[in-house]
Design a protein around this ligand. Sequence first.
Ligand code: KIV
Ligand code: ZN
Length: 533
Amino acid sequence: MTNATSDPAVTAPEDGAPHVRIFDTTLRDGEQAPGFSMAVEAKMVVARALQALNVDIIEAGFAAASPGDFAAVQTIAREIEGPRICSLSRLNEPDIEAAARAVEPAGKRRVHTFIGTSPTHREAKLKMTRDEILKRISTTVRFACDACEDVEFSPEDAIRTEREYLAEAVQAAIEAGAVTINIPDTVGYTTPEEIYDLFRFLTAGAPEHVTFSVHCHDDLGMAVANSLAAVRGGARQIECAINGIGERAGNCSLEEAVMALKTRKDYFGMETQIDTAKLYPASLALSRVTHHPIPRNKAVVGKNAFAHEAGIHQHGVLADRRTYEIMDAEAVGMPSNSIVLGKHSGKHAFAARVASLGLNADKARIEEVFPDFKRLADTCREVTDADVVKLITGHGGEDGRAGPWRLRRLELRTDAEEEEILPFARITMKHDDGTRQTVQTEGGGPVDAAFAAVCAISGVDGRIVSLDLHHTADGEDTLVNAEATVAVDGKEYSGRAREVDIADAAVAAFIAAVNQAAATAENRKGAPLEGAA
Ligand code: KIV
Ligand code: ZN
């Protein structure tokens, strides 16, 4: 079995646990999936996140696929230092030449070349015999090694290839100079036991300088489990993608594989060099540039991964988070574990949230307000921080939204025809104390201008951190649900709103967050609490 890594940049972990390389293919296999194609600028955002993660290899694209792909690989090769930069290529000379040229500016480069070896690929796609494919591997992998000092070879659809023939193909590639042999489960067909056994078979007696790699697809939902089983069988490189994106059901998810190896080091006995605190930022960066939200229940990086609503769980987590968590939210770069307040929550969780918001409320006030909290929780899916502020401070008004500021009039304007006029917003807001103010502000866009106007009126110096918008159908109407996160003095506040118009929803959510910051600040100053004894 080969555990060796031939990459001098890879340092052995201090405790001597074998190193598993993380080969990220978000920008190649991931980008190939429908709906995930990325322009060069978007690819650079993801490449920087991968650099921060400290992945071993970035597969930056498929240079021969298009001039745009070539340019993206070349730009990443020029600008990203640290990880080895790789381009995919079919097993033919023009593709390999393009791949080698594209990765040329990188400090460390790789060409990853592949050809189908399974009966279906040989007969239906390539129309080549077994011997013709073996010959192509020998001659063309050698050509690739002359073009680039580090060559990886993949027998595509390896899992459905006859074992003895697969071993011959692997042998031919090693003899021709490939130093990494990747075994792809191209169609997501294998099982953990089967792939473990295959890696034991392939790695037995293989030369020390060769690294075996695994590349799994998720068609049957087993890509991560299969990749980990392959590692147990001798693989020392996992090909994976952020958020598990990739062809069809996707690839092995990078964050899941990395955290499984870290959390169960007692079982796998392996290490990666990933800075796990950068996992959530990388997942978020990909989600933003591709406009695909991270599913709420996604392992490791989903909003629910460290969230608890059930009273029994909340009590346990507040006493010691290990009762219901096997990983630290901070270890994956999430702000903290989150106690979601809802109808299942108890007094412990409510009081803890009041305290974490820095609100002034003694035990008696908590007791007094708790029945109102439960009544509110029964009517909605989640009680927000803004709701908690409203319950404690008593700010609230005729429109049902937490004050102190309420929107009275909103006018947005983008004037494309008159270029000298910048987009602007004119806003009128009313404070609970009866004062009314109108402000007109310019901005990069009208919604941006409206945010600035809200800050000018409220005196809250807020900066938008994120704005999530999605449509839901309510009978005949389509409504927009908005959730804004706003940073004020280093603390984040979130506000929600539901409106027919998208801009109205965005501005109302921003105001809800600003109100939360304003009410919290007032309460901290010791302002008398409405209803307090
Ligand atoms: O799934 C696959 O077989 C691939 C290869 C090109 C490695 O993505
Ligand atoms: Zn693939």
